[in-house]
Design a protein around this ligand. Structure first.
Ligand code: 5GP
Length: 207
């Protein structure tokens, strides 16, 4: 069945699990998509670009956006705000695109509450905690206390894997990317309940 309502693919998992590398690897294999660029109050990391990795704003700007109900969801992560702006997401869904979110477990929870029938979710992680520690230390972009915070958060987040549709263990990047391509393609085929009703009605009333 074809439908053109767009769909949502939520990717969560510890910083350092390789979400960004995976998205880069699969982007030319999954059709038209829109990667949601979040807004954050956290300081910019070395190598990050405004409007590419995040929109970097002050706490006051962020709180103003909350008040004006500009976010589909937002959460406090590692002491900073992170949020998904509603407008570009609506536009991309209307254009029939697959909207990809890189958000934490709280954000996933909020998206499920609002848009469950078009949402597919994936938790991406390293094979072990030890491997996550090695990757975060080798990345060399964060201070030790920030790395420690991310590890603590990762330990809490893995307790909630069962809330996700799929688990991808990023041991071998190529294999993990292949799995993610299958999932992204299936996510596009998820049928919102309204489309099912329309289909059944048309199916029953046409020869
Ligand atoms: P980082 O600081 O490493 O870029 O991201 C830290 C965490 O915040 C990651 O788990 C990431 O998925 C999450 N995150 C990034 N953007 C958003 C967002 O818009 N909403 C929520 N809820 N979490 C986000």
């Amino acid at each position: 069945m074809n439908h053109d309502t767009g769909a949502i693919l939520v990717l969560s998992g510890p910083s350092g699990a390789g979400k960004s590398s995976l998205i880069t690897k699969i982007e030319d294999q999954i059709g038209a998509y829109y990667f949601s660029i979040s807004t954050t109050t956290r300081p910019m990391r070395k190598g990050e670009i405004e409007g590419v990795h995040y929109y970097f704003v002050t706490k006051e700007q962020f709180e103003n956006d909350i008040e004006e109900e500009n976010f589909l969801e937002y959460a406090r992560v590692h002491g900073n705000y992170y949020g998904t702006s509603l407008k570009p997401v609506k536009k991309a869904l209307k254009a029939g695109k697959l909207v990809i979110f890189d958000i934490d477990v709280q954000g996933h929870d909020a998206v499920q509450k609002r848009l469950a029938d078009i949402t597919t979710s994936v938790f991406i992680t390293t094979p072990t905690l030890g491997e996550l520690k090695r990757r975060l230390n080798n990345r060399g972009t964060d201070a030790q206390e920030i790395i420690d915070g991310r590890i603590e958060m990762a330990k809490r987040e893995v307790q909630r894997i069962s809330e996700y549709d799929y688990l991808v263990i990023n041991d071998d990047l190529d294999e993990a990317a292949d799995m993610l391509v299958y999932i992204a393609k299936a996510a596009r085929m998820k049928i919102p309940s309204i489309a099912i009703n329309e289909f059944v009605f048309a199916w029953e009333n046409n020869d």
